[in-house]
Structures are given as C-alpha cells and as structure tokens.
Write a protein that binds this ligand. Structure first.
Ligand code: CU
Length: 539
C-alpha cells in the first residue's frame, strides 16, 4: 500500500484524475451491509478472510437475514482459497454477476432481479452484492459457481435488496453511501460490529465572538444482530461518545446555539458536547414478505423518527469537522432519553411514528436521564433507487429547552440525499415553530466528494433564522431573529492505516453572511478555519 507522507504534495496531486479506487468509503454511518454500486476492494486487506466474508451485523435486519445466506443452497462449501485476494483489482459491477464466466446455474435460475425479494430469493441475482476483490477466475470455478459464492470478501446483502442504507436511529440514507465497516465478529449466532472514530481538531472561529480551541470528538458504536427465527430479526445498538471530555461548553462554532453548559446559561457560538450514551437501543423486524417488515425500535437513549440522519451519520458530513449551526433545526433530537418507534419498512418506502422525550440532554453528560414519552413524530421516507433518500417528517416536541421550559416546538423537516460515485449530498429544509412563538426556518446543503482513494473535498452551506444569539434580556438585540448564513469548504487527505484503521488529515474554511445589526457583535466579515486529524476504526 502506498502512502504519501507529504500532505502538501498530495494537495497538489488532488488535481490529478486518479481513477476512483474507492478504498475509503464515505458512509461512516450506516450499520447496514454494503450496497453494490461502490466497490470496496480493500476494506480489510489484513483482516482474516473469514471475517470479511461474514455478513455485517445488521445483516439480520429486514431483507438481509444473515443466517438465510448461510443456509442458501449450494453455499455449504466455503472455498477458503478464494477468500484471500483482497488486493485484486475490483471486479465487474454486480449487474454483470449473472453473466459471470463459468457460472452455470440453470436449475436454480432466479427470477429477474427484484429488489423487493428477500435475500434467499434475491441471492442469485445479487442486487446488493458487493464482490469487488475476488470474483473467482473462470478456470478454477467453472463447475463450482455455487461453492465459490460464499468466498467473496466484502459480499454483503443490503437491506431491501440494496434499495437503501441505514443512517442514525431508523433513518435511511442512500444505499450508495456504502455500509459502515469496522471490526466484525460472529459468535453464537450473533453478528457483532465495532466501529468508531476519534477526531482531533483545532478551530479558530473569527470575529469578536469567535473562540479558538483544540478539542476531540469521539464516537464508538457496537451493534449486535441476531436472527430470532420465524422471520424475526433483532438488532441491539449502542453508541458512546467521550465528547464531554472537551468540557461542558463544547467547542467554538460561530452562530451555533442550543443546550446549556451549567443549567443556567445558554451555549452560544459553541457546539454542545454530546452525552456519553448517544444510543442504547434495540430494533426488532418481523418480515412480512417482499423484502418488507414491520419494526419496533427504541430504548432509553435513542433517536426518534424526525429529520434526516444525524450529521455524524451522513456521508456528506463525514469530514466536516464542526456540527452544523442548524443542528437544532434538523437533527438535535438524535439523542433523546426515551424513544419508541413503530413502522413499516419496504425496500422503497418507510413509514414510521415515534413517541419520545422532548427535552434535550441537560448539562450532565455522563448520565442517562429519566425516560419519558411526552412528544411525538412521524416520518415518511422514500428511497426510489440506491442513489436517493428523501424524507419528510413532523414532530411535536414538548419543552425541548431546559432554559425555556414553557416553550414547546413543532418541527417540520424535508430532506433529499443523493449519493453516487463517491459523491454524497444532502439538501434539507426545516421549519421550527415555537409554541407559543414565531416560526424559524433553516436550509442546509452538504456535499462530500471522495475524488479517489486519498483525496476528498467537502462543503456545507447553511441559512437559518436564529433568535437565541443574545440571551441577555437587557440587550437591545435580545429575542430578535437574525437570518445568518454560513459557508464552509475544505479538503481531507485520507490514508489507510494497518488493519481496519484509517486516518484523514484536513482543514476547512468558513465565511458568513449576516445582517449589519450583527456587525458590532460578530465583526464585519468573520472568517473561521479548522484543522483536523480524524482517526477511524472502520469506515
Ligand atoms: Cu447533537
């Protein structure tokens, strides 16, 4: 594996049109199996072949029952010799699979690919199969195609036949964003997956209100999936963060507001830290045929069906080092203490409703707060193809803010995510109506482009009406809504470390547009920059 030690040299090399090797996937976020469209030939070059051939933990989720794959006819002779070629060049895209040289399965010829079918039926057509590295050469396997199939590293069935990927909570993202990978284990009928990152950054936020600080964001996620039989699948999920080590006030982020550091003052121009327990949840899916399921999700710490997938689980935000300033318009409910979601999941649609606790996490970041179910939300998601995920959602949130307990909130969001060929994007809108009070709207656009195996560029544009920038009631600007915009862009150089580890080194630059009334507080034209090193376990 080549490594380029000089970041500067590689920044220049970014202009060269490398073929997309797609070694590093976007999609830190999806606990579901890899979809086909983006080949990942070298995800685990050093990993034991057996591990790489295991279905991902979430493979027990709807449409991708892992045990069903193991039980597939003709798959009872894994061919170890065919597993160990992770450095081979990517094979043909999955669509060519039925025509694979030497594959001759007339007796079991499947119906035409149907993304609505379950894994066992869909397997021969392999709509969601990722077989980049070791498509068996024809001479060795001409008469043994079925045996060769389980030997394909990285083979993974996607939920819904590859029609969508899984984001945070029960949110969907485009299947093309790829699956989350990490350390995969299988034991006693359970498929386990560990994934995470530690992300060191130094940010210098511009203008009189901007702070400078170094900080570390972190996240570790462990999922365990198990087939309960009779078409029922169980997934247990935990997500932890040591964000709180950065301090109660979080990190500097101009125009970001929300939550509190001490229980008495608002966090303003900073992003609050996340709680130790970001998710402790379970999900049960019961198959109802045609790749569809009824599901129940929830737990003491979980994410209700409201808004798009949270920013740390969007491929479009994977190298954006700071939280969106619109976080409390789109995805601030991603840590809710007490959630129950019920829904119906089909390959192309998901309809769901949640009951959850509306209050945002308090300043005590290490505990689990008392669960309640005082708020509700509904969400409809459409995933018409592996490139798209569209959702609309509405929620009624009871007393979300600790420091404004008399205010409720009605939040409506809509988002469109598109991902293809290393490009991941989202465009989203939110209207947040304070009850009683005004409606504050926000726009968000994000994009990340993994140009090749080393170089990524990314950006985010946000526009939001915020009335929390001046909390002091004696301030003449107090309680006025100001519409501000933030534009951020950056670059990341990615390199593969031994094993499942990866490192991204990069930086981002941000500028703002705002009303002149804010010049005294924020300066005429603040500019912010952030440098970072993101160490990932899996990706
Ligand atoms: Cu958050």
């Amino acid at each position: 594996m080549k490594r380029y030690p000089l970041l500067a040299a590689c920044a220049a090399a970014a202009l060269l049109p490398f073929p997309a090797a797609a070694q590093m996937m976007p999609g830190m976020s999806m606990p579901m199996p890899a979809p086909a469209p983006k080949a990942k030939p070298r995800i685990h070059p050093k990993a034991a072949p057996k591990k790489t051939t295991r279905p991902r933990p979430a493979a027990s989720a709807p449409g991708a029952p892992a045990p069903a794959m193991e039980a597939m006819p003709g798959m009872d002779h894994p061919a170890p010799e065919a597993q160990a070629e992770p450095q081979s060049p990517p094979a043909a895209p999955p669509a060519t699979m039925p025509a694979m040289p030497g594959m001759d399965m007339p007796a079991s010829a499947p119906p035409a690919p149907d993304h609505a079918t379950h894994a066992p039926e869909a397997m021969p057509a392999m709509p969601g199969m990722d077989m980049p590295a070791s498509a068996p050469p024809a001479p060795d396997h001409a008469a043994h195609a079925p045996e060769a199939m389980p030997a394909m590293p990285g083979m993974a069935m996607s939920p819904g036949g590859g029609a969508y990927g899984e984001g945070s909570g029960t949110a969907r993202v485009p299947a093309n964003e790829g699956a989350m990978h990490g350390i995969d284990l299988s034991t006693g009928g359970w498929a386990l997956m560990l994934h995470g990152y530690a992300w060191g950054a130094y940010t210098h936020q511009g203008g009189p209100r901007g702070d400078k600080e170094a900080f570390v964001q972190s996240m570790a996620m462990l999922t365990a999936a198990h087939d309960l039989g009779s078409g029922a699948h169980l997934q247990l999920r935990s997500m932890l963060s040591l964000d709180a080590l950065m301090g109660a006030k979080g990190y500097p982020n101009l125009f970001a507001t929300g939550e509190t550091a001490d229980g008495t003052t608002h966090i303003i121009d900073r992003q609050h830290p996340h709680d130790l327990f970001m998710e402790l949840a379970g999900r049960i899916d019961v198959d109802i045929g045609k790749g569809s399921s009824l599901f129940l999700y929830g737990g003491p710490v979980a994410e209700p069906a409201l808004g798009p997938s949270a920013f740390m689980h969007r491929a479009s935000a994977q190298y954006l080092p700071l939280a969106p300033i619109t976080h409390h318009w789109f995805d601030s409910t991603h840590i809710s203490f007490g959630v129950i979601t019920a829904g119906v999941s089909t390959p192309h649609w998901q309809l769901e409703g949640s009951a959850f606790r509306g209050r945002e996490p308090d300043q005590h970041r290490w505990d689990i707060e008392t669960p309640k179910l005082d708020s509700w939300s509904v969400r409809a998601t459409w995933t018409p193809s592996p490139a798209w995920a569209l959702q609309v959602s509405h929620g009624r949130i009871e007393s979300p803010e600790q420091l404004e307990p008399d205010l409720d909130e009605a939040r409506t969001t809509a988002s469109v995510q598109y991902a293809k060929g290393g490009l991941s994007t989202i465009v989203a809108f939110s209207a947040k109506k304070k009850l009683p009070g005004r409606t504050l709207t926000a726009w968000l656009a994000e994009a990340n482009w993994d140009i090749d195996r080393h170089h990524s560029i990314f950006g985010r544009a946000e526009n939001v009406a915020n009335d929390e920038l001046f909390p002091n009631i004696a301030d003449p600007l107090h309680d006025r809504a100001f519409r501000v915009s933030k534009f951020e862009g950056g670059y990341a150089y990615r390199l593969k470390l031994p094993g499942p580890f990866g490192l991204a080194l990069g930086g981002a630059l941000a500028a703002y547009a705002k009303p002149a009334a804010l010049d005294a507080a924020y300066g005429n034209a603040p500019v912010s920059y952030t440098l970072f090193a993101k160490l990932s376990l899996g990706h």
